[in-house]
Design a protein around this ligand. Structure first.
Ligand code: ZN
Ligand code: ZN
Length: 262
């Protein structure tokens, strides 16, 4: 090997090390707050985790609305429209799908990710189509969707319905974690733990606990601030979960929850 070739090889190893160190620094210095999209658009509170158990997503505006605000709207007699955008609830799968597709055409990242999930499970009368799901999630991820990053990460890391590609899966979890996604952060901790990088694993776990604690602290303040809000929170369990309307929150323990919440 010539000196020139040896030098080129050494410098490419150095630049790979540098890139890895930079990525690690960015990972540890960012994503300590949850994404703004995790706030209810009505009360601006962060929705409790896992969000699918404490909110519903309305397909008219693709906004996730917290259970407290849904209950408050029901008590005001607003049963037939979205409490955020006031759109009349769609009836039937076809009209729900039409609403989602309308937003997909406008490149709404939440709608892209949501429709990906519908194709994945073959809901709303759609044929099950994993390739289309990945296509939609990839587009949503490129447009900045945290949810799409974690879904793709999950598919590739565990090799579900696609060929296993752990580095690719980890890359997507890293993108989601840097935007404040707590569960992706925890998965990165698990990956480092399995590779015996205990110090880095610990940092990821601490970051994930911090994100969850901040959420709980924030919600504790909201509940103390308003007696009405506490009453709403106590009554939340009384909200009927009517899957098949325009809200599409997965039931606890369902196949969708398994994918969404790992
Ligand atoms: Zn709310
Ligand atoms: Zn709406």
């Amino acid at each position: 090997m010539s000196n020139l070739t040896a030098h080129a090889g050494a410098s490419s190893v150095e630049s790979a090390d540098l890139a890895a160190r930079n990525l690690q620094e960015r990972l540890m210095s960012s994503g300590h707050d949850r994404p703004e999209g995790d706030r209810c658009p009505i009360c601006f509170d962060l929705i409790e985790l896992p969000m699918g158990h404490h909110s519903k997503t309305n397909v008219c505006c693709m906004k996730s609305i917290c259970d407290g605000c849904i209950l408050a709207a029901l008590r005001r007699g607003m049963n037939d429209r979205c409490p955020f955008c006031r759109t009349t609830r769609p009836r039937g799968d076809a009209s729900r799908l039409a609403m989602i597709q309308k937003r997909v055409h406008k490149k709404d990242v939440e709608a892209l990710s949501f429709l990906g999930l519908k194709h994945y499970f073959g809901d709303l009368g759609l044929a099950k189509d994993v390739s289309r799901s990945i296509e939609l999630w990839t587009e949503a991820a490129e447009l900045g969707s945290v949810d799409a990053h974690r879904q793709i990460g999950h598919l590739y890391y565990y090799g579900r319905v696609v060929d296993e590609d752990k580095p690719r899966g980890v890359q997507h979890w890293q993108q989601a974690a840097m935007k404040g996604h707590a569960l992706s952060r925890r998965k990165l901790g698990d990956v480092e733990y399995d590779n015996a990088n205990y110090q880095i694993a610990l940092q990821h776990y601490i970051s994930q606990i911090w994100i969850r604690k901040v959420t709980q602290f924030h919600q504790g303040n909201v509940q103390r601030r308003s007696r009405d809000q506490s009453a709403v929170c106590r009554g939340v369990t009384g909200i009927p979960r009517r899957r098949g309307r325009d809200e599409e929150s997965p039931e606890r323990g369902s196949k969708e929850t398994a994918l969404l919440d790992f």
